[in-house]
Write a protein that binds this ligand. Structure first.
Ligand code: ATP
Ligand code: LTN
Length: 332
């Protein structure tokens, strides 16, 4: 039997190069080997305030991006999380089996909640429980994500293991993370110590998948880069920004960072940045163009989401029934 993949992205804004290299590009490769479910996690998105029209637009745009990047909707399940109510049901059950202490350790909560934790919403705190539910609902064997999600995944494993132990069952498959080391953490173009993020204030810090060729070229040209060294080499401590550009080049070209460093060893910063920009445009512009094209056909995108949701709900209900039986819920 093939392994089961589950992963997702939040419809909270434009997807960027970090999302693409850290997650989506991997998914495209994995669809050949695994049964795959790629979700648009809109219920996670509302852990921070969203505008309704933007949320709807972004949900469809993410679906379009998955497809444009090469995920085949005929072979894989693509849907938005809120269409499948079993996510919320299982999240409640798991929430009753997750100590608050485990959730208080989550660094993403600490970062997003800021100083005034009492004002943070319950949903932001319990977000990792919903993420565990997403994964455990489908007997997922592997979860391909960027490195920032590693802690949440470890928590999902702990929740699965402790539930199995408590109920003396093996009902939950304990999922394995799939984190591709080369592009696990794409950093900001303005600060090589911060991750590239949708929510960073400066648009110059990220390459959005919707940026046109000119914007991509401009952003790489303006990317921060040290001046005190000759040639290009990889050293994350001394040269975080140049090392990030090497990582991006290597991931886009499907070569190792070492190979990329050898290729540019004698280049100046300007020429190197130009090469990264050219390759980014070459790889991203077909995706950007296809997203635009697909966004003109909302009926098609909605039909993919509807079909995906039906298939996901059927699998989810079957697995949830097993869990309800174990707990002692009466189920007709
Ligand atoms: P943000 O980009 O604002 O930090 P996020 O991480 O919450 O938002 P999602 O859309 O939920 O973004 O993430 C989708 C996938 O992209 C996840 O697997 C995440 O680990 C991965 N990812 C996000 N940022 C990066 C990055 N800078 N480098 C590598 N992978 C990333
Ligand atoms: N928390 C993830 C998105 C996410 C996810 C998931 C990823 C929600 N549920 C299940 C993998 C599996 C993030 O990227 N911010």
């Amino acid at each position: 039997m093939k392994g089961q993949i589950f992963s997702g992205a939040q419809p909270t804004g434009n997807l960027h190069l970090g999302n693409y290299l850290g997650a989506i590009k991997q998914w495209v490769a994995l669809q050949e080997e695994y049964d795959c479910i790629f979700c648009i996690v809109d219920m996670h998105a509302i852990t921070i305030t969203q505008n309704a029209d933007e949320l709807r637009h972004n949900t469809r745009e993410i679906a379009a991006t998955y497809i444009a990047a090469g995920i085949d909707p005929k072979k894989n399940i693509i849907y938005n999380q809120s269409m499948v109510k079993q996510h919320a049901e299982l999240a409640w059950i798991l929430g009753c089996n997750t100590p608050m202490g485990w959730l208080s350790r989550m660094t993403q909560f600490k970062d997003k909640a800021g100083k005034n934790r009492d004002n943070a919403m319950l949903g932001l705190f319990s977000y990792p429980v919903l993420m565990a539910a997403d994964i455990l609902l489908f007997n997922t064997s592997h979860v391909p994500v960027g490195e920032d999600q590693k802690q949440h995944l470890e928590l999902a494993r702990e929740i699965a293991t402790s539930f199995n132990h408590h109920y003396k069952t093996e009902a939950f498959v304990v999922p394995e993370p799939l984190i591709k080391q080369e592009a696990a953490r794409v950093m900001s173009l303005r600060d090589g110590t911060e991750k590239m993020s949708k929510s960073a204030e400066s648009d110059l810090s990220r390459i959005n998948l919707s940026d046109d060729a000119e914007t991509i070229a401009k952003k790489f040209k303006k990317a921060k880069a040290d001046m005190e060294f000759d040639g290009i080499f990889y050293d994350k401590e001394k040269r975080p920004e140049i090392s990030n550009l090497l990582t991006i080049y290597a991931a886009l070209a499907d070569i190792s960072i070492r190979q990329a460093a050898t290729q540019f060893a004698k280049s100046g910063n300007g020429d190197f940045k130009q090469s990264v920009a050219d390759l980014a445009v070459e790889k991203l512009s077909p995706i950007t163009n296809e997203v635009k094209h697909l966004m003109n056909d909302v009926a098609y995108l909605d039909s993919i989401l509807k079909d995906g949701a039906e298939k996901a709900a059927e699998k989810a209900e079957k697995n949830l029934k097993t869990i309800k039986d174990i707990i002692g819920f009466v189920y007709f």
